[in-house]
Design a protein around this ligand. Structure first.
Ligand SMILES: Nc1ncnc2c1ncn2[C@@H]1O[C@H](COP(=O)(O)OP(=O)(O)O)[C@@H](O)[C@H]1O
Ligand SMILES: Nc1ccn([C@@H]2O[C@H](COP(=O)(O)O)[C@@H](O)[C@H]2O)c(=O)n1
Length: 229
């Protein structure tokens, strides 16, 4: 019998620690986890020039291609591979290439609005909201955007005040009510260890969801067979 993947959502404000939590779980649990960054599902803005793309509100739900994410999650949790878009923060747009993502026992969807879409929330088995104070989050974001993404401090501050903060209050923070668990501070080792245990138990437990990874590698896009227990 087919057993769908265990789908985990990790939401929270910018700089809250979502990516870190997702990365720690993935590193600990291993190959059976696939990470789906919501950033990869920003709308394709190739029809806009760079200046117009810089002015887009990237914290509004309309910035994302929800239907594509729904389709991909549905496909992955049913055992089909998908071609996931890749996002480039330098050019404020998708890259030309896509990456083939194989179905796995566990799928982690991670991003500011990971708990926003009702259909996607219904597909999730575990919904997490990472909660970190706004002052800590903006300091982390300034460090990341200025040092790693080469953005000007003035621009980072302007963007924070004009869109990031108001959208957080209007759309992101309210999704906390959809969470099963709230994780304080991001890479909080007690919470992360408990999550790792929960996810490992899901993989190893009764009715194991065991995708035969190798069986798909030669015939990508084909439906996978499930290992009978
Ligand atoms: N509990 C924590 N304590 C200290 N730093 C943390 C903690 N959690 C995350 N960080 C750091 O904060 C920064 C932002 O974390 P990240 O996971 O990228 O946030 P998000 O994906 O929510 O934007 C990273 O440099 C990360 O190492
Ligand atoms: N071209 C873009 C696209 C998105 N952003 C910002 O990314 C933030 C979401 O990612 P986190 O890892 O911080 O959760 C979001 O707040 C967008 O403002 C951007 O700056 N440029």
């Amino acid at each position: 019998m087919s057993i769908p993947s265990f789908v985990v959502g990790i939401a929270g404000g910018t700089g809250a620690g979502k990516t870190t939590v997702a990365r720690l779980i993935t590193e600990s649990v291993g190959e059976s986890v696939t990470r789906i960054p919501l950033d990869n599902y920003y709308e394709d803005l190739s029809h806009l020039d760079r200046e117009e793309r810089e002015a887009v509100n990237y914290d509004h739900p309309e910035a994302f291609e929800w239907e594509l994410l729904r389709e991909h999650l549905r496909a992955l949790s049913e055992g089909q591979a998908v071609e996931m878009p890749q996002y480039d923060f330098e050019i404020h747009n998708r890259k030309d290439e896509r990456v083939t993502v194989l179905p796995t026992d566990v799928i982690i969807v991670e991003g500011i609005l990971a708990l926003y879409d009702e259909t996607i929330n219904d597909m999730m088995d575990l919904r997490l909201y990472v909660e970190t104070d706004a002052d800590v989050r903006i300091l982390r974001r300034i460090k990341r955007d200025v040092i790693q993404r080469g953005r000007a401090l003035e621009d980072v501050i302007d963007q924070y005040l004009s869109t990031v903060k108001p959208m957080h209050e209007q759309f992101i923070e309210p999704t906390k009510k959809h969470a099963d668990l709230i994780i304080p501070e991001g890479a909080n080792s007690v919470a992360v260890n408990l999550l790792e245990e929960k996810i490992e138990a899901e993989i190893e437990g009764e009715g194991t969801r065991t995708w035969e990874r190798g069986s798909l590698e030669g015939e990508l896009g084909e439906r996978m067979s499930l290992e009978e227990e």
